[in-house]
Design a protein around this ligand. Structure first.
Ligand code: MN
Length: 200
């Protein structure tokens, strides 16, 4: 089955005031849809058309002349599907349980982790993402350009923040650091904990 944009798991305005309704409408309905349409067009008629997007993204080197289109647009579909789920109107605060312990072991405290994550997002030149990943041995903060995804490296995203201008420009204009500061208020740590459990 071709890729489809999933419904948001909350209303378009549910992340207000941190993420505004208009941004969510354009981001979900227009940007994500465009990635899906282009990924489907690239894969139509190939053996990869009905595969799970994660499997496709772990085999980019086998896609021949479709590689770039799928890295960009299949990656865009994968990353945004993840992004909607890792935000919640009930989000914010700090993680609990094993994920909290693992962050404390790695960074000393939650604030130090937040600082490294924010820096990864702020310093990602141009469009891209900041990630907390599990790389198979433990947690790490990384950034990726464009729609490149940690999934292609065999890593498991725990949380990810979209730092493309389309994710924040309507409300925050050029102030990406302010957007990231606000974004912490909607991070779905319960979902992050599920991602961490599945990876570790
Ligand atoms: Mn985006």
């Amino acid at each position: 089955m071709a890729f489809e944009v999933p419904d948001l798991p909350y209303d378009y305005n549910a992340l207000e005031p941190h993420i505004d309704e208009q941004t969510m409408r354009v981001h979900h309905d227009k940007h994500h849809q465009a990635y899906v349409d282009k990924a489907n067009a690239a894969l139509e008629g190939t053996e990869w058309a009905d595969k799970d997007v994660n499997e496709v993204l772990q085999n980019l080197d086998k896609l021949g002349d479709k590689e770039t289109a799928v890295r960009n647009n299949g990656g865009g579909h994968c990353n945004h599907t993840f992004f909607w789920e890792i935000m919640s109107p009930d989000g914010g605060g700090e993680p609990e349980g094993e994920l909290a312990d693992a962050i404390k072991d790695k960074w000393g405290d939650f604030a130090s982790f937040q600082e490294e994550f924010k820096n990864a997002g702020v310093n990602q030149f141009g469009s891209g993402w900041a990630w907390l990943i599990h790389d198979g041995s433990g947690l790490a903060v990384v950034s990726s350009p464009n729609q490149n995804t940690p999934v292609s490296d065999g890593h498991t995203p725990i949380i990810g923040c979209d730092v493309w201008e389309h994710a924040y420009y309507l409300k925050y204009q050029n102030k990406r650091p302010d957007y990231i500061d606000a974004w912490w208020n909607v991070v779905n740590w319960a979902k992050a904990a599920e991602n961490f459990s599945a990876a570790s």
